[in-house]
Design a protein around this ligand. Structure first.
Ligand code: SF4
Length: 195
Protein backbone atom coordinates (compact mmCIF):
# COMPACT_ATOMS: atom_id res chain seq x y z
CA UNK A 1 0.00 0.00 0.00
CA UNK A 2 2.78 2.40 0.92
CA UNK A 3 4.57 1.63 -2.36
CA UNK A 4 1.41 2.60 -4.26
CA UNK A 5 1.06 5.77 -2.20
CA UNK A 6 4.64 6.72 -3.17
CA UNK A 7 3.77 6.15 -6.83
CA UNK A 8 0.67 8.36 -6.71
CA UNK A 9 1.98 11.26 -4.65
CA UNK A 10 3.34 13.26 -7.61
CA UNK A 11 0.87 12.38 -10.34
CA UNK A 12 -2.51 13.89 -10.95
CA UNK A 13 -4.73 10.95 -10.11
CA UNK A 14 -8.16 12.03 -8.97
CA UNK A 15 -8.70 9.05 -6.77
CA UNK A 16 -7.97 5.37 -6.44
CA UNK A 17 -9.22 2.80 -3.99
CA UNK A 18 -7.61 0.05 -1.96
CA UNK A 19 -10.02 -2.51 -0.65
CA UNK A 20 -9.41 -5.57 1.47
CA UNK A 21 -9.92 -8.85 -0.32
CA UNK A 22 -12.87 -10.74 1.10
CA UNK A 23 -12.49 -14.43 0.42
CA UNK A 24 -15.03 -17.18 0.73
CA UNK A 25 -13.11 -18.37 3.75
CA UNK A 26 -16.08 -19.71 5.61
CA UNK A 27 -16.57 -22.48 3.09
CA UNK A 28 -13.12 -23.33 1.86
CA UNK A 29 -11.93 -24.60 5.20
CA UNK A 30 -8.93 -22.27 5.27
CA UNK A 31 -9.51 -21.31 8.88
CA UNK A 32 -6.09 -19.84 9.60
CA UNK A 33 -6.50 -17.39 6.77
CA UNK A 34 -10.06 -16.67 7.94
CA UNK A 35 -8.74 -15.74 11.35
CA UNK A 36 -6.20 -13.38 9.83
CA UNK A 37 -8.74 -11.80 7.52
CA UNK A 38 -11.45 -11.04 10.02
CA UNK A 39 -9.46 -10.38 13.16
CA UNK A 40 -9.56 -6.78 14.28
CA UNK A 41 -5.95 -7.17 15.49
CA UNK A 42 -4.77 -7.76 11.93
CA UNK A 43 -6.45 -4.56 10.77
CA UNK A 44 -5.43 -2.53 13.77
CA UNK A 45 -1.80 -3.57 13.75
CA UNK A 46 -0.91 -4.25 10.11
CA UNK A 47 -3.39 -2.28 8.01
CA UNK A 48 -3.80 0.83 10.18
CA UNK A 49 -0.03 1.28 10.39
CA UNK A 50 0.24 1.18 6.59
CA UNK A 51 -2.64 3.64 6.29
CA UNK A 52 -0.91 6.08 8.60
CA UNK A 53 2.22 5.92 6.41
CA UNK A 54 0.13 6.43 3.25
CA UNK A 55 -1.53 9.44 4.87
CA UNK A 56 1.84 11.02 5.57
CA UNK A 57 2.89 10.56 1.94
CA UNK A 58 -0.35 11.64 0.30
CA UNK A 59 -1.34 14.51 2.60
CA UNK A 60 -4.57 16.15 1.40
CA UNK A 61 -5.02 13.50 -1.29
CA UNK A 62 -5.55 10.87 1.38
CA UNK A 63 -9.08 9.85 2.26
CA UNK A 64 -10.04 6.78 4.21
CA UNK A 65 -13.59 5.62 4.87
CA UNK A 66 -12.81 3.01 7.45
CA UNK A 67 -16.37 2.28 8.56
CA UNK A 68 -15.85 -1.45 8.09
CA UNK A 69 -13.25 -1.41 10.82
CA UNK A 70 -15.97 -0.25 13.20
CA UNK A 71 -17.91 -3.47 12.70
CA UNK A 72 -14.76 -5.52 13.17
CA UNK A 73 -13.88 -3.82 16.41
CA UNK A 74 -17.25 -2.96 17.93
CA UNK A 75 -19.13 -6.07 16.89
CA UNK A 76 -16.73 -9.03 17.09
CA UNK A 77 -19.57 -11.55 17.32
CA UNK A 78 -21.54 -10.98 14.15
CA UNK A 79 -19.53 -8.11 12.60
CA UNK A 80 -22.50 -5.78 12.45
CA UNK A 81 -24.78 -8.12 10.56
CA UNK A 82 -28.01 -6.88 12.12
CA UNK A 83 -30.18 -7.37 9.05
CA UNK A 84 -32.53 -10.29 8.51
CA UNK A 85 -32.63 -10.10 4.73
CA UNK A 86 -29.93 -9.51 2.14
CA UNK A 87 -31.56 -6.78 0.06
CA UNK A 88 -28.30 -5.32 -1.25
CA UNK A 89 -27.55 -8.39 -3.37
CA UNK A 90 -30.65 -7.62 -5.44
CA UNK A 91 -28.86 -4.55 -6.77
CA UNK A 92 -25.55 -6.22 -7.56
CA UNK A 93 -25.66 -9.83 -8.71
CA UNK A 94 -22.58 -11.57 -10.05
CA UNK A 95 -22.23 -13.27 -13.42
CA UNK A 96 -19.63 -16.01 -13.04
CA UNK A 97 -17.20 -17.19 -15.69
CA UNK A 98 -19.39 -20.31 -15.96
CA UNK A 99 -22.36 -18.17 -17.09
CA UNK A 100 -24.33 -18.54 -13.87
CA UNK A 101 -25.98 -15.46 -12.41
CA UNK A 102 -25.09 -15.75 -8.75
CA UNK A 103 -26.62 -13.91 -5.82
CA UNK A 104 -23.29 -12.25 -5.11
CA UNK A 105 -19.55 -12.68 -5.56
CA UNK A 106 -19.29 -14.54 -2.28
CA UNK A 107 -21.55 -17.33 -3.49
CA UNK A 108 -19.92 -17.56 -6.90
CA UNK A 109 -19.21 -21.12 -7.99
CA UNK A 110 -21.98 -22.71 -5.88
CA UNK A 111 -24.86 -23.54 -8.20
CA UNK A 112 -27.49 -23.64 -5.46
CA UNK A 113 -27.03 -19.85 -5.27
CA UNK A 114 -27.50 -19.28 -9.01
CA UNK A 115 -30.70 -17.81 -10.51
CA UNK A 116 -29.94 -19.31 -13.91
CA UNK A 117 -27.32 -19.45 -16.65
CA UNK A 118 -26.94 -16.91 -19.46
CA UNK A 119 -25.97 -19.75 -21.82
CA UNK A 120 -29.56 -21.01 -21.49
CA UNK A 121 -31.61 -17.83 -21.02
CA UNK A 122 -31.03 -14.10 -21.39
CA UNK A 123 -30.06 -12.14 -18.30
CA UNK A 124 -33.35 -10.27 -18.64
CA UNK A 125 -35.33 -13.52 -18.48
CA UNK A 126 -33.31 -14.78 -15.52
CA UNK A 127 -33.75 -11.52 -13.62
CA UNK A 128 -37.49 -11.43 -14.35
CA UNK A 129 -37.93 -14.90 -12.82
CA UNK A 130 -38.95 -13.67 -9.38
CA UNK A 131 -40.00 -17.12 -8.23
CA UNK A 132 -36.48 -18.55 -8.62
CA UNK A 133 -34.87 -15.46 -7.13
CA UNK A 134 -37.19 -15.55 -4.10
CA UNK A 135 -36.49 -19.25 -3.63
CA UNK A 136 -32.70 -18.70 -3.55
CA UNK A 137 -33.00 -15.67 -1.28
CA UNK A 138 -35.39 -17.47 1.04
CA UNK A 139 -32.77 -20.20 1.46
CA UNK A 140 -30.10 -17.62 2.39
CA UNK A 141 -32.24 -15.31 4.53
CA UNK A 142 -34.54 -17.67 6.34
CA UNK A 143 -33.33 -21.26 6.06
CA UNK A 144 -29.57 -20.72 6.36
CA UNK A 145 -29.83 -17.36 8.14
CA UNK A 146 -26.55 -16.30 6.45
CA UNK A 147 -24.72 -19.43 7.66
CA UNK A 148 -22.79 -19.71 4.37
CA UNK A 149 -22.30 -15.98 3.89
CA UNK A 150 -18.95 -14.20 4.19
CA UNK A 151 -18.63 -11.68 6.98
CA UNK A 152 -18.40 -8.06 5.83
CA UNK A 153 -19.35 -8.98 2.28
CA UNK A 154 -19.54 -6.28 -0.38
CA UNK A 155 -23.27 -5.50 0.06
CA UNK A 156 -22.94 -5.51 3.88
CA UNK A 157 -23.24 -1.74 4.27
CA UNK A 158 -26.07 -1.56 1.72
CA UNK A 159 -27.80 -4.35 3.59
CA UNK A 160 -27.60 -2.52 6.90
CA UNK A 161 -29.14 0.65 5.54
CA UNK A 162 -31.71 -1.06 3.28
CA UNK A 163 -32.89 -3.23 6.17
CA UNK A 164 -33.21 -0.17 8.42
CA UNK A 165 -35.26 1.60 5.72
CA UNK A 166 -37.51 -1.44 5.32
CA UNK A 167 -38.05 -1.71 9.07
CA UNK A 168 -38.77 2.01 9.49
CA UNK A 169 -40.61 2.78 6.29
CA UNK A 170 -43.58 4.37 8.12
CA UNK A 171 -41.51 6.24 10.66
CA UNK A 172 -41.40 9.95 9.79
CA UNK A 173 -38.67 10.72 12.34
CA UNK A 174 -36.42 8.07 10.80
CA UNK A 175 -37.13 9.51 7.39
CA UNK A 176 -36.10 13.01 8.50
CA UNK A 177 -32.95 11.71 10.18
CA UNK A 178 -31.99 9.88 7.00
CA UNK A 179 -32.43 13.02 4.89
CA UNK A 180 -30.28 14.99 7.33
CA UNK A 181 -27.57 12.29 7.37
CA UNK A 182 -27.59 12.19 3.59
CA UNK A 183 -26.95 15.98 3.44
CA UNK A 184 -24.15 15.76 6.00
CA UNK A 185 -22.47 12.84 4.23
CA UNK A 186 -22.58 14.58 0.86
CA UNK A 187 -20.47 17.36 2.35
CA UNK A 188 -18.11 14.99 4.15
CA UNK A 189 -17.36 12.48 1.41
CA UNK A 190 -15.41 14.02 -1.43
CA UNK A 191 -15.61 11.06 -3.79
CA UNK A 192 -19.14 9.72 -3.77
CA UNK A 193 -18.08 6.56 -5.57
CA UNK A 194 -15.62 5.86 -2.81
CA UNK A 195 -17.63 3.34 -0.80
S1 SF4 B 1 -22.64 -12.96 1.32
FE1 SF4 B 1 -23.53 -10.97 1.60
S2 SF4 B 1 -24.34 -10.40 -0.39
FE2 SF4 B 1 -23.97 -12.57 -0.43
S3 SF4 B 1 -25.95 -13.43 0.14
FE3 SF4 B 1 -24.72 -13.27 1.98
S4 SF4 B 1 -25.31 -11.32 2.89
FE4 SF4 B 1 -25.98 -11.34 0.76
Amino acid sequence: MVEFAEMFKDIDVNYCQYKPEIIQVERNGDLDRAKEQISSDFWLTKVSTELEKAKEILGKKFECNSYKLEDLIMSPKNYGRNYKECIGSQFQPCVGADGNVYVCTNHRGHKEYSYGNIAEKSFKQIWADLKTRSCVMNKINHKEKFKNCSQLCKPHESNKILWAIKENQNDKKFDEEMKLKSKQLKKKIIHHNFI
